[in-house]
Design a protein around this ligand. Sequence first.
Ligand code: Z5A
Length: 210
Amino acid sequence: MNRAPFITFEGIEGAGKTTLALWLAERLKEARIPHLFTYEPGGSEIGYALRPLLLNAPLEPATELFLFLADRAQHVARTIRPALEQGTWVLCDRYTDSTLAYQGYARGLDLHWLRILNQLATDGLEPDLTVLIDAPVEVALRRATQRNRFEAQDVAFHEAVRQGYLQESKRAPQRFLVLDGTQPLSVLQEQLITELQARWGLWQAGRRDR
Ligand code: Z5A
């Protein structure tokens, strides 16, 4: 591979994505590995400006889809791809699988079209590893810190998102690491590090940079 690893974090709200991604960013910092933590929606300038609208305004499914995609197109072209090409690891809190899970499986937009539009928005940039933190809806929503229109959806909506993610993980098992988000954070951290060791040989036994 000519570029640095690209790792995305996915799951329903409150699953623990941001916590685990930021923890990994700290470990990379300690190991002096160049890295960037970023997120969607809002990783690009226009996405950041649109974020309040995306999270709170009553939008048609197609409208919200195009706004998420507009953010992603800018984010990939201006931030993610240049960083990867310079050798910087990119950790991204939500990416293309969020669109499939939320706009596709939960809102009901056509998955075939969503895959094509994701491809267009990213110019084909796929994560090397997607960490899916899976947790029952009632557990995750109890933890969720944000209050927005997604969170206000009923349990069936969040269950559809959860099942959508699990479906996607089965389509690409080599890309996904599915973690049980009901486990203590320390266990999730250990499982993530084991995966990184296996894939990229980081933090080999005996080294003390964790
Ligand atoms: N969206 C979309 O529809 N389509 C798209 O294409 C994209 C996004 C990109 C904004 O996402 C919304 O945009 C999102 C989908 C939609 N729907 N919502 N809401 P967001 O990422 O900005 O918001 P979020 O997913 O709701 O973030 P969150 O609530 O912060 O969830 P999280 O990052 O998974 O959780 P966390 O902040 O890491 O953890 C929450 C709490 O749980 C915190 O107090 C932690 O200390 C605690 N925690 C974490 N892990 C554990 C474990 N293992 N045990 C116990 N406690 C834990």
